[in-house]
Design a protein around this ligand. Sequence first.
Ligand SMILES: [Zn+2]
Length: 170
Amino acid sequence: MSEICQQLHDLFNGLPRHRFPFDELAIPRNGIYILFEKGEHAHGVDRIVRVGTHTGESQLRSRLKQHYMNENKDRSIFRKNIGRAMLQRAGDPFLEQWNWNLTTRKARERYLPLLDEEKQRQVERAVTEYIRQNFSFVVFGVDKKGERLEWERKIISTVSWCEECHPSPN
Ligand SMILES: [Zn+2]
């Protein structure tokens, strides 16, 4: 698996790299995105740290905006995980509230009265700042939803089984 993973890394590292603020028109309407994080390396190049796609037709650009701009962690598991990592590292007990999923009305009725909303806004801002400064990405177009999901699954599988891809200690 390492050899195919090496090929994937070479391929994706060779594509035009996008960073915030990115040019939306340079991004296909349908496709897959591959994220890289500053300081993370594998196979002699930047390490693939996340692979993602979208389900709705023509939603690739808005999916990327949900990660980079929309300060709502319940609409982006990527944002949620970055926030988790930051809170975990800081030993911050707000982590418990950050894990609440507030997308349903029922959950909001139950949790909103208990939520430290100012703190939540602060963490959302910190996540946005971190993502904008540390993550870059490449994209490639795949028009059909079934094919997008298949490629996403295959790439994630290859990278996660690879014995040479490891997160840095930090
Ligand atoms: Zn690898």
